[in-house]
Ligand binder design. Structure first.
Ligand code: GDP
Ligand code: ZN
Length: 242
């Protein structure tokens, strides 16, 4: 079966253009984590911030719930994310648990799976595509250092309509070209607090009169997310950290 890409996915190299085509074509990015390997929440928050910055809807898939003592443990791990409005899907590719729910969500949408290796992205893709049909596309991206990198992503047509992109190494979700301001607004729960900070250029670190920090300290915001925000700032290249 010939697969005609309905939309133009991630294929325009160039300084700013590297990112835009993705943003323009994707309906939703699913950040995949699993019971094993232990979730890297810093990476999850980085992905989510990158999505927010590009106005991409994001959700979380927690796979391998069969390895958890109970569903409630998984719900607990995602509580902060629920609280700030991210949808999540606790599934098991192994047992098929809740996969039908996820399948329904993907209908008619262009979705992308991202996440650290070993969480089950390929397994999930296979499970969602009964008759495995695939098209591998070579993507050219330009990194912040101006180097071109080639990433292989796979675009699949879903049986009930919609597309799924399994794209392990897309640097679009990195911190390149993000400023502290971008990062802060990439933490969606910070947004109502940011205008209340005393200074316009507040970095929400040790700044005087920082409403974000105060909200995190009083529990109005999830403190763990705030801590990861501080860690991500340290990961920003110095040029992006004035
Ligand atoms: P990827 O690197 O994200 O594409 O992950 P893979 O799809 O290669 O899966 C990594 C490993 O996790 C494989 O050994 C899978 O069999 C296993 N795996 C995938 N889904 C599940 C699941 O729901 N439960 C369990 N127990 N193992 C799973
Ligand atoms: Zn602040």
């Amino acid at each position: 079966m010939e697969i005609l890409p309905r939309r133009n996915v991630l294929n325009r190299p160039g300084h700013n253009e590297t990112i835009r085509p993705v943003a323009a074509n994707l309906d939703r990015v699913f950040v995949v984590v699993a019971a094993e390997p232990e979730p890297d929440w810093l990476l999850v928050d980085q992905y989510l911030a990158a999505c927010e910055r590009r106005d991409l809807r994001a959700a979380i898939i927690f796979n391998k719930v069969d390895l958890l003592p109970s569903q409630a443990v998984g719900e607990g791990l995602l509580a902060d994310y629920h609280g700030i409005g991210y949808d999540s899907f606790l599934v098991s590719v192994r047992t098929g648990e809740r996969l039908s729910e996820l399948r329904k969500e993907l209908i008619g949408q262009c979705s992308m799976l991202v996440g650290q290796s070993g969480v089950g992205k390929s397994s999930l893709t296979n499970a969602l595509l009964p008759d495995k049909q695939l098209q591998t596309r070579t993507l050219s991206e330009k990194t912040s250092l101006g180097r071109h990198t080639t990433t292989t992503a796979t675009l699949y047509h879903l049986p009930d309509g919609g597309d799924l992109i399994d794209s392990p190494g897309v640097s679009v979700f990195g911190l390149a070209e993000m400023s502290i301001r971008d990062l802060a607004s990439g933490f969606r729960e910070f947004r109502p607090w940011i205008p209340r900070c005393r200074f316009n250029d507040c970095r929400h670190i040790n700044d005087k009169g920082c409403a974000v920090r105060e909200a995190a300290e009083t529990g109005a915001l999830p403190y763990a997310r705030y801590e990861r925000y501080l860690k991500l700032i340290e990961k920003l290249p110095p040029s992006q950290r004035p």
